[in-house]
Write a new protein. Structure first.
Lengths: 355, 519
């Protein structure tokens, strides 16, 4: 008979193998699904995973999508390391886009050198503010962070929609729910002549490296890890739990806010209701796929960006609905959690156990 | 005594033949043989990690042995689960009780009986009352478990075994949680059970108890059988020698110190409990002198946890002008600031509080010892590693290296490490909770000597322990906690185990204050 047995200690091999195993299982599942839809599974997987890397344009589009995913995921990794279950990266990203746009629209007819930095600052500050609300509620009233951050995601979304229909709507926009186009001085510089890759991806990579450094080399990073691994030990050591909670949440909010403002002041160039195709939610999957490590988040964000790109291409090339991307993400998280089970457990046949 | 027992009842109740159990990296039981006669009180002795728990768990069906036989009344049995053990007539009282606090005594007992057993008993409450009366256990079936003291809970566990007409009762360190008076009561019950033919397997660290009531003893060391003896013919010292060699003799006869000036004081510390099952502290006053060890006795759950966490600052409620450390008002500071002011703390739980289980020993060094290792917010990890290596060698911590995870260390070794880490910060005041709980004799000796050395360097030590022998060995002055009240503080040489035992039971609470006269 086969049964499940707890391991004496967590398996390091499984910790690293689990994400790859989950990806393979997701692809197998996807192949079956594509076959059922009457599509050639090999071609579908080719379009989904290889085509996004086939030429310079596609790669640059992939990087455009990777930026916000990475920014949000790095912030979330830090939160989750400290046991702060922040599900609100999406809301913080939208708040950043909204706040940044409000600043950017003051510079519509300006070529001031300050336009871009102030816009970014506005986005970062808005993201921090949006992350600060649930943090305050948790510390003051011990409210459930998961619930408040999810609720604030919706509030941010509808606030943004209200803004583009109301105060931030382009007066010359024929009533479309969009802001005016930002001035060139406000937009993030593009990295290459062709394509839309902008400064955001550089900032994201630098911040990921910074977070890595913070976690492994700084005393604060050490405190964050202790707080997440063993709260009574952190209390015993006299670490300031409130300060740690505030830090990781505001850091995460700042990064998500930056992701949001970099979208509107980057590839989009104005505030629209469709700033994010759910980057803040996908970033949760990125964070876990990257094992809550900033370096892991870099690799995982590439994979999810490919999936986003591949979804677009699959729709164009093969008529596969875009919902496939969301489904792939969901199935991926499902398999990841299932595979993570084997970090702490293993399967034994009871005959072996009797010996 | 055992010879007469063997003559009276020629067939043994339980025989263990070559029981062997291998755990990953550790041979817990190595071909252990043991014989138990009906009515025999048999002690199972050994240091922590000697394999006592594994052996009794094998008998009770929790652990299945890799090799060896168990004979019950002469027949080989395969005890696959505790239910089978109970069917045979084997009962066990664990060190940590397995009772539901929100249920009554009768409900708790009912939970572990099968349908047929219940039908046989009929009126369970009546049966509990009968047994309780027969053995003088004083257990009320209708009371809720959360309202019972630790001693009473233990008696519930014993009644639970007796309800099932037990033939072999296993007790895992039953006296560690009891006051001396409660221990005497327990021994009366055990003797009565023994005279009725029930065999008793008694695990204990406390050798004088073993010589007092046990007919025979089996001694284990490092998973191996070392010897049998008849405790009546031995002294605690000779048994200790069999258990650990010569170490125990060295751990005795320390000189008492007279402290210097007052370094720490608690002034009318009065605090309601933070959680519903906690103990509130009631007008506690004491002073701690430089270069002394103040021992606080008491049965667990009488306010020790609350007292320590309000002093350490883990309980973050502010108290103005109640706690003073070297002239500073400690009560309004955060736990981190208190540490910086010269307070160090060795908590009761080593793993999960004193050390982060998944982190390496060098990371666990940094947990409380950061001065000198952090510059502009950055950690000098190579210096931390060097320091951790020194701690490991200085305190003979057995591990692979400073990279070993805390959870890979045995309790005694981790405790030596934590003790060394806290001492290394040259504290003005060290709070030390149950420092040798579950620690082997060798490590206990090292910990005791480290504490005394620290005292002689002028540090004031607040030693909170359930082990009265240890308190008498180390403390210069003593007091007892009962239900959140602190007894008078007396010099150790002017008191007795009997008096401290009565204080642990709370006899001082309604007496007029005599403390200052005695001190």
């Amino acid at each position: 008979m086969i049964r499940v047995q707890a391991r004496t200690e967590p398996s390091t091999l499984m910790t690293f193998a689990s994400p790859f195993l989950a990806i393979v299982l997701t692809l197998v599942f996807g192949s079956i699904l594509f076959s059922a839809l009457g599509k050639d599974p090999l071609q579908a997987l080719y379009v989904l995973l290889v085509l996004p890397l086939s030429d310079a344009y596609n790669i640059s589009e992939m990087l455009v999508k990777m930026g916000p995913l990475l920014l949000c995921a790095v912030g979330l990794s830090l939160c989750y390391r400290a046991n702060m279950w922040n599900i609100g990266a999406e809301g913080q990203l939208l708040a950043g886009a909204l706040g940044g746009s409000a600043v950017a629209l003051m510079f519509v007819n300006s070529d001031s050198m300050l336009a871009m930095p102030l816009t970014l600052l506005g986005g970062v500050a808005s993201g921090m503010f949006w992350a600060g609300i649930p943090t305050y509620l948790k510390i003051k009233f011990n409210s459930n962070l998961i619930l408040t951050t999810i609720m604030l995601n919706y509030i941010a979304l509808y606030l943004l929609i209200w803004a583009v229909h109301g105060p931030l709507r382009d007066p010359d926009g024929f009533g479309f729910p969009e802001s005016a186009m930002f001035s060139d001085a406000t937009l993030l510089p593009v990295l290459f002549e062709s394509g839309r890759v902008h400064l955001g991806i550089i900032l994201a990579l630098l911040l990921a490296l910074f977070a890595w450094f913070l976690l492994s080399k700084s005393h604060l990073g050490f405190k964050i890890r202790v707080y997440g691994a063993d709260e009574p030990a952190a209390t015993y050591a006299g670490f300031n739990a409130k300060a740690i909670s505030w830090f990781v949440m505001l850091f995460s909010g700042a990064l998500a806010g930056l992701a949001g403002v970099a979208e509107v002041a980057g590839p989009i160039g104005q505030l629209t209701p469709n700033v994010s195709p759910g980057y803040g939610y996908s970033a949760i999957i990125v964070a876990y796929l990257g094992r809550l490590h900033p370096a892991g988040a870099i690799i995982a964000s590439i994979f999810l960006a490919i999936l986003y790109m591949g979804g677009d291409l699959a729709q164009i090339e093969m008529g596969i609905p875009i919902a496939v991307v969301g489904m792939f993400q969901g199935v991926l998280l499902f398999f990841l959690l299932a595979c993570d089970f084997f970090i702490r457990y293993r399967i034994v046949s009871s005959r072996e156990n009797m010996a | 005594m055992s010879e007469t027992l063997k003559k009276q009842n020629s067939s043994p109740r339980l025989e263990l033949l070559n029981i062997t159990k291998q755990y990953p990296g550790c041979l817990a039981n190595d071909q252990i043989c043991m014989t138990l006669m009906p009515g025999e009180i048999h002690a199972l002795l050994g240091e922590n990690g000697a394999g006592k728990s594994t052996l009794v768990k094998t008998i009770y069906g929790i652990v299945s042995p890799d090799a060896g036989q168990i004979l019950w009344n002469g027949h080989e049995v395969d005890i696959k689960s505790p239910a089978i053990a109970r069917d045979l007539g084997i009962g066990m009282v664990f060190q940590h009780f397995s009772l539901f606090e929100t249920l009554t005594v009768a409900q708790n007992i009912e939970l572990c009986l099968t349908k047929s057993q219940l039908e046989k008993i009929g009126n369970l409450a009546e049966k509990i009352r009968d047994i309780s009366k027969d053995y003088g256990l004083n257990v009320d079936p209708d009371r809720y478990v959360h309202s019972l003291s630790i001693g009473e809970r233990q008696r519930v566990e014993i009644v639970r075994c007796l309800v099932q007409s037990v033939k072999l009762l296993i007790l895992d360190e039953p006296t560690s949680v009891l006051t001396p008076q409660e221990v005497a009561g327990l021994f009366t019950v055990l003797k009565q059970l023994s005279s009725e033919g029930c065999s008793i397997l008694f695990i204990s660290h406390k050798l004088h108890e073993v010589t007092e009531i046990c007919h025979t003893a089996t001694i284990l060391r490092g998973g191996k059988f070392v010897g049998d003896c008849e405790p009546a013919n031995e002294t605690p010292a000779t048994i200790a020698k069999m258990m650990v060699g010569d170490l125990a003799e060295q751990d005795a006869g320390y000189e008492k110190a007279h402290g210097g000036s007052v370094i720490f004081s608690a002034n009318d510390l009065h605090l309601p409990a933070k959680n519903p099952f906690g103990t509130s502290l009631k007008h506690i006053n004491f002073e701690l002198l430089k270069g002394e060890i103040l021992g606080i006795a008491g049965v667990a759950g009488n306010g020790q946890e609350e007292l320590m966490s309000i002093i350490s600052g883990e309980d973050n409620r502010n108290l103005k002008k109640v706690l003073t450390l070297d002239g500073i008002d400690l009560g309004i500071m955060s736990a981190g600031a208190r540490r910086k002011s010269g307070l160090a703390y060795v908590p009761e739980e080593r793993l999960g509080r004193g050390a982060v289980p998944e982190m390496s020993l060098s990371e666990n060094t940094l947990l409380t010892h950061s001065s000198g290792f952090v510059k502009s917010g950055l950690v000098n990890w190579s210096a931390v590693k060097e320091y951790a290596k020194n701690l490991i060698s200085q305190y003979s911590v057995k591990c692979h290296g400073e990279f070993s995870e805390a959870k890979s260390l045995s309790g005694g070794n981790l405790q030596k490490f934590i003790m060394g880490r806290e001492i290394g910060q040259n504290p003005k005041v060290l709070i030390c909770a149950h420092p040798t709980w579950g620690v082997d004799v060798g490590a206990a000796l090292a910990i005791h000597q480290a504490l005394l050395k620290l005292r002689d360097q002028g540090t004031a030590i607040l030693l909170i322990s359930e082990d009265i022998d240890e308190l008498f060995l180390l403390a210069d002055r003593m007091a007892a906690l009962c239900d959140g009240h602190l007894s008078p503080v007396v010099r150790t040489e002017k008191t007795s185990i009997d008096q401290i035992g009565q204080w642990m039971a709370g006899t001082f609470i309604n007496e007029p204050k005599v403390s200052e006269a005695l001190a």
